[in-house]
Design a protein around this ligand. Structure first.
Ligand SMILES: Cc1ncc(COP(=O)(O)O)c(C=O)c1O
Length: 495
């Protein structure tokens, strides 16, 4: 229904479905959010009090309060003492309503898209349109509230004043030279990876590294290995370029190279997460690493080592990168600042054999020239002046405490009803129950308690049956962890 601009939003049109698995506050929250985004609820418009709306919709007042709270946190609503809750005048970026306030159906396209577009559109659900405030235990989320903004701001201000004017014109598409040197020095010291600054290609996060790899190393019809379950966004990047994936099982030592050789002997490339397998959490053993390197050498195949979270190991000795054991130049090493700093920074890097650097840089040049120079320069200072190492040390301590809090909360609340592996590395834990029915109950209880998770089977490229919930603990303090796990367990045991 199209509303006239002057017409006020009718709150009694909100529909709450008590039989749905989605919690009531989430239903209310998403309908209000949609109404704001579609312009049916306009900036400045007043919302009913929580008491008024709960009476109107016949739901608990807490349910309304939880929905309002979430939308306040996301910036859709604003509240002032004495004047109630209103739709924000300043809506979050990209979320302002259409100027007309009307919702018009998009006109069907009359021109043909490339066939490749079909490959890309299949993954549309993976690309979020709205980033909501993370609830326990959303994976892929570092403790962004611990990022030292004041230091970054000081460095950024100084760079803005002092960066040579010529740099305003742009830099080498392989990256700002001092940043490439700083990254090479860091990798040598922390990951045992001796590489030259000239081998570093700065990217817009790990995902762009995968995209560049797909373009340069895989032809349509080429086969690649990916861990099963594994990091599907890599599968997406490679298959959109026409490559064909083979899902290779993992065991407690990492990817099963022998099975890979049976299933798909002629693969051109293997994508792996050796330091903390995503999502399993295990570390690839040394024999497996050597076996994988040997396979790559015999088959003239590439290995892509995604070291997305190798910095976070809380017990035992730090692991060397797989690339550090590679004498033949078959490993392309992929790093990112998304976990150690924050994902919105969109800075990562590839370490590639030197003869490939110019191809990667040219591909980057064709795509978008290079990453923004101010962010690259500020990050260089952040590393060179010791702030990066300090931040990393602080975060390692913080995450170690949070991981132990997570283990303790799970043990106390669920006891032997669930299983999980205590890998003392990475920023997530995978929890499962004994059978599929219990696993569904565990997922339902999580929904009802408002616990966020990713399902392991979401990261399965083939069978989609692997049980388990992936829980990220990094962004939540000990009290939040204990409270969310308790609420979840209460729902689970009372269902
Ligand atoms: C396995 C894996 N690789 C890479 C990334 C990071 O990607 P990006 O650097 O593009 O944010 C993630 C993050 O969430 C991940 O889980």
């Amino acid at each position: 229904m199209v509303q006239r601009r002057s017409q006020r939003f009718q709150f009694d049109t909100l529909e709450i479905d008590r039989s749905a698995t989605q919690p009531l506050h989430r239903q209310l929250e998403s309908q209000l959010r949609d109404a704001i985004r579609a312009g049916r609820l306009r900036p400045g418009e007043k919302l009913p009090s929580t008491r008024g709306l709960c009476r109107e919709l016949q739901i608990a007042r807490n349910t309304v309060a939880a929905a309002y709270e979430q939308l306040l946190a996301e910036g859709f609503l604003e509240a002032e003492i004495g004047s109630g809750t209103r739709v924000s005048q300043q809506l979050p970026e990209n979320m302002a309503p259409a100027a007309s306030g009307k919702q018009t159906a998009p006109r069907p396209l009359r021109r043909r898209l490339a066939q490749r577009a079909g490959n890309i559109e299949r993954f549309a659900d993976w690309a979020p349109r709205i980033i909501t405030a993370p609830q326990p235990f959303r994976p892929h989320t570092p403790a962004i509230d611990h990022f030292p903004r004041d230091i970054w701001q000081r460095l950024a201000d100084r760079r803005l004043r002092r960066l040579p004017r010529l740099t305003f014109m742009g830099v080498d598409p392989a990256g700002y030279a001092p940043l490439r040197s700083a990254i090479a020095a860091y990798l040598g010291a922390s990951r045992g990876l001796a590489c030259a600054a000239e081998q570093i290609v700065v990217t817009s996060g790990a995902q762009q590294g995968l995209e560049l790899i797909a373009r340069l190393l895989l032809d349509p019809g080429d086969r690649f290995w990916l861990e099963e379950p594994g990091y599907c966004p890599a599968w997406h990047a490679f298959t959109t370029h026409g490559a064909i994936g083979a899902a290779i099982p993992v065991d407690e030592q990492g990817i099963d190279v022998a099975v890979g050789e049976q299933l798909c002997p002629a693969a051109r490339l293997a994508y792996v997460t050796p330091s903390v397998q995503w999502p399993g959490g295990m570390t690839m053993s040394l024999p497996r690493r050597l076996q994988l390197l040997d396979w790559a050498e015999r088959n003239e195949a590439w290995i892509v080592e995604d070291d997305y979270v190798g910095e976070f190991r809380f017990a035992g000795r730090p692991q060397q990168a797989l690339a550090a054991h590679d004498p033949h130049g078959s490993v392309l090493y992929l790093g990112t600042f998304s976990k150690v700093l924050f994902p919105g920074l969109r800075l990562g890097y590839l370490v590639v054999p030197e003869p490939l650097v110019r191809s990667f840089a040219t591909s980057r040049w064709l795509a978008d020239r290079h990453s923004p120079v101010f962010e690259q320069a500020t990050l260089t200072d952040f590393i060179e002046e010791g702030h990066f190492a300090r931040h990393l040390r602080r975060m390692r301590k913080l995450y170690a405490v949070r991981q132990q809090a997570m283990f303790a909360a799970l043990d106390a609340a669920f006891g032997s009803a669930i299983d999980y592996d205590r890998h003392e590395a990475g920023l997530h834990v995978v929890v499962q129950t004994r059978d599929a029915r219990q696993n569904r109950r565990l997922q339902r209880a999580a929904h009802e308690a408002g616990v966020e998770y990713h399902a392991v089977d979401q990261y399965s490229a083939v069978d989609h049956k692997t049980p388990g919930l992936i829980l990220g603990f990094a962004a939540f303090d000990e009290a939040q962890i204990a409270e969310a796990v308790q609420a979840w367990a209460q729902r689970f045991f009372s269902s």
